[in-house]
Design a protein around this ligand. Sequence first.
Ligand code: NAD
Length: 276
Amino acid sequence: MTVPQITLNDGHTIPQLGYGVFKVDPEETERLVSLALETGYRHIDTAAVYGNEEGVGRAIASSGIPRDELFITTKLWNSEQGSARARAAIETSLEKLGLDRVDLYLIHWPRPDLDLYVETWRQLETFRDEGLATSIGVSNFHRPHLERLLAETETVPAVDQVELHPAFAQTELRTYLDDHGIRTEAWGPLGQGKYDLFGEPAVSDAAAAHGVTPAQVVIRWHLDHGTILFPKSSTPERIAQNFDVFGFDLTADEVAAIDALDRGQRVGSDPDTATF
Ligand code: NAD
């Protein structure tokens, strides 16, 4: 199984499909990430606030996989925005991960109420220049937040990691990201199980037609749109299943039917108003 590599605007590449560990129990993280790596995943998405970077680090260390074959993302939590705090935060993350650099470091949320994200972005540029992060990007940034970064700083983010699933397809934001060379990463790619996505005929009919599961159909839909994603599961069979998505192709009609499920339905917080 070959996972496509997506080229970022800084020339580095990222595996399009990875394993995300939001809400993976810190006690179970090492075992589950090890399993993911044995399955073939090479891209792991974590964050300081998930509390499981140490487990990710232990799994990396014991895997024996050469560092340059792995792609590790972590994120700066909101309370650590601002220059001095951001440096301490990335140093702590690297220590927990047991790494001297991450492949991608993200500002987790813009928190426009703090008005620190431009200053924080300049700090991430420094981290990149120092080699602590190979690529830098943002998460949950809307167009006005991105417009400020583009106007006031030197670096266009490599990615924007946003909530994105069939009922919340983010088509307008995506057009802006595409136009500016910013790659789209989907969080909650399966809708976090918060609505009956798998029971939608557009999904279940395609699953039946191809002899795959509804989750595999949704993952394929994301891949076909060029989205980078890292579905989360704590169930070994599903971790394997979510990676086994390269043996079938959706038809154009099937993709269009899933596109038609978009109804602007968030399952998570609105970045404009989130204050956590
Ligand atoms: P997700 O859409 O990946 O949903 C995960 C849930 O889907 C699981 O708990 C499970 O119940 C179900 N599931 C997974 N595989 C399945 C399968 N094969 N069959 C049936 N059900 C299945 O949601 P997520 O975990 O929120 O998003 C994925 C990753 O995105 C996270 O782990 C994290 O790395 C990242 N994330 C980032 C942010 C952010 O603010 N940047 C927010 C949330 C998540």
